[in-house]
Ligand binder design. Structure first.
Ligand code: SF4
Length: 588
């Protein structure tokens, strides 16, 4: 059924697998074989895709599949204890399925609810603000087999938590107004406004939007594509979630503005699997726009252009936030980053010229269309124009989404969000920058502290080492495994951090960590691998005592205690003389 629904299109493989799993609970071997036959694909390709995404599973899971968000912020809010409580109440071990098949409980990477955690996903839908009372109630709902639709509505409610509004979040938007203004300028005139605005991508890399759009417009081929990257998976970020929930009209209009500039006729929004609760809302907005003549054939009437948008769902793979991995995923493949060049602007989705922009970037283009590029550039700094949305979480009184002009200082943001005694701010998520107290005067801007949006606050009670260790575990888990330096390097880094945490570290381990940093930075195939050591190296430089107090030796110390392991042999042989111990030295 799912195969037919997607017109037997191999590029729809991921969507077909998601829908098949929704229907029968998991992806048994027979289903994979059938899908491969119907799509005329090698079965290994189908199984390879099914095995890549963490939300797809080939083995049965519980009828309620509960996944605890394992972000450091959720942990600070008590997620681990709550997971233990739920497992105890439901008599199921973490990572296992209960004996009656009713429930399975496990962890997943950040679910994008850092402002209202601890959070879980239940059959893919977010449940927020967990506490012991909610956990007890959830246990009884699961035991009673209550359908999710009948769970208390506030459990499944996700707040926007908008705390500070600027031009994007503060101004009313009339659907179609930006499009009319841009079309009145003509394609070239519209592109010129985007150039004047100085708009840079809000997804992290900060590439100039006008340059990207012009490159796509000038690329050979009439079948151009606009892709909205709504796969924000960086731990600690959730501002795109809020934009998707509250500003969907602006996002879709921004995609249409990009289509007007580049000549694209097809648009794709890649929605991260953790946000599938927004799917219904987004589809409803798309339907409204089609009915209003803002999407489809001859947009805005006679003389208009053709453009429409589809939504694709991700399935739990952080690496798909990287634009070429996202394109692979959109094509129904494993999310393995591509070798560049060629770049997506000439060879993107299905080899066609493609513009990939972040949610916030596209929403911002509606401001430029209405106000003009110069007015947009009047806010922020010369190299970082306009405003930036921050997702603020952690040790502060008012977590949520804040919109600031670029150039705002970190100390200003800390004051606004009610952070007392802040010790560390992790800006830009796990792959970002660790900012210590003496750097709080620094500014959020591409030329100083760049960020895709995450702003995680850690006060004096927190241990920067444990923060870095959590991030390293995240990277080791999310490495796609394609290239050896990252696949092995992140696992080794995790091993070193665990060794230090267990109190068996030695100075030599710190030197090895620094060597791994160079290896990962220089030899990784994509940004995930090259940025994985960032939090460790930053904290090693700025909080070295947090590492040194974990060292037991200045030389080498193995993680494995060989002498202790020989204890069984000593007992069996009845020996406990000095020569039966490793540190024994025969006198000569
Ligand atoms: Fe995959 Fe890591 Fe290599 Fe990127 S660096 S391609 S995530 S293994």
């Amino acid at each position: 059924q799912a195969v037919e629904h997607h017109r037997r299109e191999p590029s729809q493989l991921l969507q077909i697998l998601i829908e098949t799993q929704d229907g029968i609970g998991h992806l048994p071997p027979a289903s994979l074989t059938r899908i491969a036959d119907l799509l005329d694909l090698p079965r290994s390709r189908v199984e390879g895709v099914a095995g890549f995404y963490s939300f797809l599973h080939m083995e049965p899971v519980g009828r309620y599949r509960i996944l605890f968000s394992d972000n450091i912020i959720d942990r600070m809010l008590g997620s681990r204890g709550l997971m233990e409580s739920l497992c105890r109440l439901l008599e199921v071990a973490p990572g296992e399925v209960s004996a009656d098949g009713a429930v399975s409980v496990d962890t997943t990477s950040c679910t994008g609810m850092g402002d209202q955690g601890p959070a879980i996903l239940v059959n893919g839908l977010a449940v927020t603000r967990l506490d012991e009372a909610r956990v007890e109630r959830i246990a009884s709902l699961v035991r009673a087999g209550t359908p999710l639709a009948d769970w208390p509505a506030d459990y499944l409610h996700v707040d926007d938590n908008i705390r500070r509004r600027g031009a994007l979040l503060g101004e009313d938007f009339v659907p179609g107004a930006a499009l009319q203004a841009a079309m009145a300028r003509g394609r070239q005139g519209w592109l010129e406004e985007v150039r004047i605005s100085g708009l840079r991508g809000r997804g992290g890399a900060g590439f100039t939007t006008a340059v990207k759009w012009m490159a796509c417009r000038d690329a050979p081929g009439a079948d151009k594509v606009v892709v909205c990257n709504a796969d924000e998976g960086e731990p600690g970020t959730f501002k795109d979630r809020v934009l998707l929930a509250s500003q969907a009209e602006r996002i879709f209009e921004g995609m249409t503005l990009a289509a007007w500039a580049t000549g694209a006729r097809q648009g794709l929004l890649y929605l991260r699997g953790e946000y599938r609760y927004l799917l219904k809302h987004l589809r409803a907005v798309l339907a409204l726009r089609r009915a209003a003549g803002l999407l489809g054939a001859r947009i805005l009437g006679e003389g208009g252009f053709d453009f429409d948008i589809d939504i694709h769902l991700g399935a739990g793979a952080y690496v798909c936030g990287e634009e070429t991995a996202l394109l692979e995923s959109l094509e129904g493949k494993r999310g393995t980053p591509r070798i560049r060049p060629p770049f997506p602007v000439t060879h993107g989705y299905l080899g066609r010229p493609t513009v990939v922009n972040n949610v916030e970037t596209l929403a911002k283009t509606t401001l430029i269309a209405v106000q003009g590029g110069a007015a947009f550039a009047a806010t922020g700094t010369p190299q970082s124009t306009g405003t930036k949305l921050l997702s603020i979480s952690g040790d502060c009184a008012y977590p949520g989404v804040y919109e600031y002009p670029f150039g705002v200082t970190i100390e200003h943001v800390l004051e606004d969000c009610g952070a007392h005694d802040p010790q560390v701010v992790q800006v830009g998520g796990a792959s970002g920058v660790t900012i210590a107290g003496h750097e709080f005067h620094r500014r959020i801007a591409f030329e100083d502290v760049p960020t895709a949006g995450a702003f995680m606050v850690f006060d004096g009670r927190r241990d920067p080492f444990e923060m870095a260790r959590n991030f390293v575990h995240f990277f080791a888990h999310e490495s796609c495994g394609f290239c050896t330096p990252c696949r092995v390097g992140t696992a080794l880094l995790k091993g070193y951090m665990d060794k230090l945490a267990s109190g068996k570290g030695a100075k030599m381990d710190l030197a090895d960590i620094e060597w791994l940093d160079r290896l990962l930075k220089n030899a990784s195939h994509c940004g995930l691998g090259s940025s994985a050591p960032n939090p460790v190296i930053d904290t090693l430089i700025k909080f070295r005592p947090a590492y040194e107090r974990r060292l037991v030796s200045l030389d080498f110390k193995p993680a494995f205690d060989l002498d202790a392991a020989l204890e069984t042999a000593r007992r069996m042989t009845g020996r406990d003389d000095p020569a039966a111990h490793l540190d024994w030295r025969e006198e000569v």
